[in-house]
Design a protein around this ligand. Structure first.
Ligand SMILES: [Zn+2]
Length: 294
């Protein structure tokens, strides 16, 4: 004899009502979820909207729609020198469904947590620290060339899918390191160094357009790629440059060969990631899964 087992069944109409009564799911998400100074962030706003716009830490965020229209995305980030503390990621969205529609506020409070970067002391010849007038003129020209390049970015995403490393060698844990030169705090290392013997092919980490391809004082032979919507990658100290400003490049395309040009202590590739003047951790960008985007 079998015991009486009550069967738990929920009528379908009740399920529908339950779903409709649930509070709206989190509309806006960030990846990585823990935000530190130097983090690139993939922002996702779920929902069918006609337009989404935002700003964060004084920078405008440009969103693009997902292919199926069910969400909007943006790549953004927090500068390596940003102080830890609260921040507001301001986002508004419109559906375009009614005339005179008020934008919906999807803003988020985003705490920026302290990052733990290393400190390194370097000792160099005095001339290395204090450039002479001729060197200062060269540095000023380089600054102008970079500013002109940075001003030319595309408003649309030029990247597609997850970023790949620019050389096949292992990256070093060098981003964000506070460097002292001859005992004085000199710089914060705003890129990632890859060990690469002179002549190693350097490739584009993603598709984009060449904004700058020339020799600069500190950077040596330098290639700046625009990936759109404020995101750029910078390749320094090359021994040879194989691209020209205005060239369109695909992911994995050779940009040149690694070297030891500019102000370096030895051959390596310095790879930097810039989003609207914020310098981001290349390791975190490489770790971000963008495979289904844009
Ligand atoms: Zn470096």
């Amino acid at each position: 004899m079998t015991g009486f087992l009550p069967r738990l069944t929920i009528p379908a109409f009740l399920l529908c009502v339950t779903a409709a009564l649930l509070p709206a799911r989190a509309q806006t998400t960030l990846k990585p979820a823990i935000v530190v100074a130097g983090s690139p962030e993939l922002i996702r706003v779920s929902g069918h909207y006609l337009h989404v716009e935002g700003s964060w830490l004084g920078r405008k965020i440009l969103f693009f729609p997902a292919r199926d229209g069910s969400a909007w995305y943006a790549l953004a980030g927090v500068d390596v020198q940003a102080p830890a503390g609260p921040s507001t990621l301001t986002i508004t969205a419109t559906t375009g469904s009614t005339v005179g529609e008020l934008p919906r506020d999807l803003s988020l409070h985003v705490p920026i947590r302290p990052a733990h970067y290393r400190t390194a002391a370097l000792t160099v010849a005095p001339g290395f620290v204090e450039p002479d007038p001729a060197q200062q003129a060269e540095i000023a020209l380089a600054v102008k060339a970079k500013e002109a390049a940075f001003a030319q970015g595309s408003a649309k995403p030029l990247w597609a899918g997850t970023f790949t490393p620019p050389v096949p060698s292992q990256p070093t844990d060098s981003f964000g390191t506070r460097r002292t030169l001859n005992g004085k705090l000199s710089t914060i290392h705003k890129g990632m160094d890859f060990r690469a013997p002179v002549g190693t092919p350097v490739t584009a980490g993603n598709s984009g357009r060449v904004l700058l391809a020339q020799k600069l004082y500190y950077e040596g032979n330098c290639v700046i790629l625009d990936h759109g919507q404020g995101l750029m990658t910078i390749h320094m100290h090359l021994s040879r440059i194989d691209v020209h400003p205005g060239d369109t490049v695909t992911q994995g395309q050779q940009l040149g060969l690694s070297g030891a040009t500019g102000r370096v202590t030895g051959p390596h590739l310095h790879w930097a990631v810039r989003w609207q003047a914020a310098m981001l951790d290349p390791a975190k960008l490489l770790a971000l899964n963008l495979s289904h985007l844009p």
